[in-house]
Design a protein around this ligand. Structure first.
Ligand code: NAI
Ligand code: MG
Length: 790
């Protein structure tokens, strides 16, 4: 048989190699060794390390290990450049971003080859997905640069941004970081991951070619220590990180109390849900993309297959057949499906996790296919016989390994899908659009793909819920994390609170003349403090005006439990929430005199104005409840992406000392309007306005558990709340020390935090606080992708 006839017989692919030469030539033109790109110039290479090709183990180039001094030099350059860069018109910045987009396109093949060489990903992916998305990102953000002031009135860039990225999509993650930062008017110091520095260095040259002013983009290469030096640098205004959840948590802790902006895009263990009425062949192809795209080294990989029991057997059989057709091979071969993992340590990590899966009772299936000799290659793998408690089901494997579980009902699918500390993405397959759109909002994840998977676009935000991080990349939300209100930088320290009169030595003396202790309010009921103790509340002259419960850990636990039971508040209709907030305002109006008197009693100030302001604030957020909503994006493929605004979950609020009523209501109202049940710690000094408030809550149809009030020592309760895994976000008005403590203690489940850091946020300011400032912090955006076309 001749060769062609033979090929027809077997339908085997032949190799279709892409030449590595242009990329190797580029490396050679740099003598195979690179310094950092700082202030528009290359530094002399210092201590270097090798960047390897994981498909062969060969060294590609030497890159420099950034020291703290290198980072400092880069930050100084970025700081110096910030002044003129941020002063450019949006149109001027847009032209630079456009020039970068064009140059990336022009050199796209070189970028793709270099990326595949350094990372091991198939050229098919770097050429058709990574690099086109990079160009798309710069195009898209050119527009944001120009329209920034129109779309974000009153906002200014942070300043110098420190950006640390992982190795799985080296250039794409760079684009996701640099494009919005520059569009917003920031300058950057970026560190690529140690395994994959090369395309970032090629990008530096593109910046030179585009004539980008010196110091606007600085690239410092190195390991985790270099990243740490960026995080620790005092003159960096914002940190953006993508990588593992552990490092993300370390960065959260390291930045606590510094006032640095922070966005984190971390790991995932995303469910891939297949219902019995799915188009099975499409779902199988989708699954190949979900878990074997980029060797499974994808933060949003569909790594947990949840398949309906009725089709499980058939689906798994088809999947195994499909797996046996996957080709693992040279990343530069255009006809392979799976390339090399990034480095030997990653292969080792994946193997260890698989071994653990076997030890815990899982069965591993790997198809009988060839692997190239040497290099970081692994077969695609499937693990069955696992349950939610297994390590391989709970942990991010970050390799070509899928775990499988089944479900019977949609409710069970949702429960399994959400049974994870992560919340990055989810995929749903069903031909029943009603079912798919019913499930999508119930899944706690930042991105949901219906009948498709791994779709990305610059216009559509991407980012996580829960321990997958916070902040978004792409879309308007993504621009938002690189901007802040101009007034924030003018905030002055809050005036020192007047010291409360000392507690009397004999506790019995405290309650003289007071026969009733104000109750706390938990789960829709008045509650006595678990401690059995109360604390005196003094008036302005040091006179005793009442007593409030001394809340403790147990009270917080009860309050959190009640709030979690009330999470349905978030799925009640916005119209319903608006009505209840209006009703609250109305009922507060009825009691205006009584609340005003209570304020006067505690603060000595005439209370009417504060009550009126609180009523107005409730009205304002009643008005927002059904208006602060999402968008529908139209990405360049046959799909729409619905950007849905969702509540974060249970919110803890530590209200300011001043303005015992308005201080709480100003924070409570936006949280409630957006659907978050709240655990509120009212003013420590003057808690009685909010303990009175339960009567207003009760007469206003606020469902029980939606607002819980625990009185006591703010700093102590703040710590308990910040450490509690049942709290999803925490807002704290407090001094610098308390704010730092809250941010540090939030690390456990990566709560979203807002703290006042001892600064004077005047919550009575309607201009600043009746709008989106807190609405944005009370919500997270979920993008639901829905394909169309028959
Ligand atoms: P990593 O999180 O350590 O690395 C990401 C980036 O952070 C790199 O640039 C690294 O140099 C830098 N870095 C490391 N330690 C740092 C520190 N203390 N302070 C500042 N920067 C620091 O991820 P690694 O070790 O490369 O991979 C380990 C595991 O993490 C993977 O197996 C995977 O499970 C997960 N991972 C998840 C990613 C995602 O996008 N979800 C991306 C990369 C890794
Ligand atoms: Mg490499």
């Amino acid at each position: 048989m001749n060769k062609i006839a033979q090929i027809f017989q077997t339908l085997e692919y032949g190799p279709a190699p892409e030449s590595a030469q242009p990329a190797l030539d580029w490396i050679k033109a740099h003598d195979g060794v690179f310094g950092h790109f700082i202030n528009g110039a290359w530094t002399k290479p210092g201590k270097t390390f090798s960047s390897d090709n994981p498909a062969t183990g060969e060294s590609l180039a030497q890159v420099s290990e950034g020291s703290a001094e290198d980072v400092d030099k880069a930050v100084k350059a970025a700081r110096a450049a910030f002044k003129s860069w941020s002063a450019l018109s949006g149109y001027e910045r847009a032209k630079y971003l456009y020039a970068i987009a064009r140059l990336v396109q022009k050199h796209s093949r070189l970028f793709a080859v270099l990326e595949s060489l350094d990372n091991g990903k198939p050229i098919r992916e770097s050429r058709d997905i990574d690099i086109p998305l990079v160009a798309r990102h710069f195009y898209h953000h050119a527009g944001w640069a120009q329209h920034r002031d129109r779309e974000f009135p009153g906002a200014v860039p942070y300043g110098v941004c420190g950006q640390i990225i992982p190795w799985n999509f080296p250039l794409l993650m760079l684009a996701w970081k640099i494009a919005p930062a520059l569009a917003a008017g920031n300058t950057v110091v970026l560190k690529p991951a140690e395994f994959t520095s090369l395309t970032a260095l090629l990008f530096a040259e593109i910046c030179e070619k585009a004539g980008l002013p010196k110091g606007v983009v600085n690239i410092v290469t190195g390991f985790g220590e270099t990243g740490q030096a960026i995080v620790a640098h005092p003159d960096i205004d914002k940190i953006a990180f993508t990588g593992s959840t552990d490092v993300g948590k370390a960065i959260r802790a390291a930045t606590a109390g510094t006032g640095k902006g922070l966005s984190l895009e971390l790991g995932g263990k995303s469910p891939y849900i297949v219902f019995e009425d799915a188009d099975i062949d499409s779902a199988i192809e989708g699954l190949v993309d979900a878990i074997w795209f980029n060797q499974g080294q994808v933060c949003c990989a569909g790594s947990r297959l949840l398949v309906q029991e009725s089709i499980e057997e058939r689906f798994i059989a088809k999947l195994k057949l499909r797996m046996s057709k996957l080709r693992v091979g040279d990343p530069l071969d255009k006809a392979i499906d799976i390339g090399a993992l990034v480095a030997p340590v990653q292969v080792e990590r994946v193997r260890e996790l698989m071994q653990k899966g076997i030890e815990e009772g899982g069965s591993v299936y790997e198809p009988d296919i060839d692997l190239p000799a040497g290099g970081c290659f692994l077969k695609p793998a499937l693990i069955t016989d696992v349950s939610p408690a297994n390590t391989v089901v709970a942990e991010e494997i970050f390799g070509p390994v899928l775990v499988v579980m089944s479900f019977r009902t949609p409710e069970e699918a949702v429960a399994l899908a959400n049974n994870t500390r992560y919340g990055l993405a989810a995929t749903i397959w069903s031909e029943n659009i009603n079912l798919a759109l019913d499930i999508a909002p119930k899944i706690k994840a930042g991105v949901v793909w219906i009948n498709g998977t791994n779709n990305f676009d610059a216009a559509v935000g991407f980012g996580g819920y829960k321990e997958s991080g916070f902040g978004r990349e792409g879309g308007k939300e993504g621009m938002g994390v690189y901007l802040k209100p101009a007034w924030e930088k003018d905030l002055k320290p809050a005036p020192a609170a007047k010291a409360s009169p000392a507690k009397p030595a004999n506790p019995l003396d405290a309650s003289q003349g007071i026969d009733q202790t104000a109750k706390m309010y938990i789960g829709g009921k008045q509650a006595r403090p678990d401690s059995g103790y109360s604390r005196p509340v003094f008036g302005p002259a040091g006179n005793l005006v009442g007593e409030a419960g001394e809340g403790n850990r147990k009270d917080i636990r009860n309050a959190v439990e009640a709030a979690r039971a009330a999470l349905g508040w978030g799925t009640s209709s916005a119209h319903n929430r608006a009505q209840i907030l209006y009703f609250l305002a109305e009922n507060l109006q009825y009691r205006r005199a009584e609340f005003a008197a209570r304020i006067k009693e505690q603060t000595g100030e005439k209370g009417e104005a504060e009550v009126d302001a609180a009523i107005e604030r409730l009205f304002a957020f009643a008005g927002w409840a059904d208006k602060y909503d999402g968008a529908v994006h139209n990405p360049p493929l046959r799909a729409i992406a619905a950007a849905m605004v969702e509540p974060i979950g249970v919110l803890a609020i530590l209200a300011p000392q001043a303005r015992p009523l308005l201080g709480s209501v100003a924070l409570l109202a936006p949280a409630l309007a957006m659907g978050n049940p709240v655990v509120l710690v009212p003013s420590e000094k003057s808690p009685l306005s909010m303990t009175d408030f339960y009567q207003v809550l009760e007469t206003s149809d606020v469902p029980s558990g939606v607002v819980n009030v625990v009185t006591g020592d703010s700093a102590v309760l703040a710590k308990t709340l910040a450490e509690h895994d049942g709290i999803d976000a925490i807002w704290c008005v407090g001094d610098a020390a308390t704010s730092t403590m809250v941010e540090k203690a939030s690390v456990g489940n990566l709560k979203q935090t807002w703290t006042s850091r001892g600064l004077n946020y005047d919550l009575s300011d309607t201009e600043k606080f009746e709008g989106d400032y807190f609405l944005r912090r009370a919500t997270q955006v979920k993008n639901v992708w829905v394909p169309y076309g028959a």
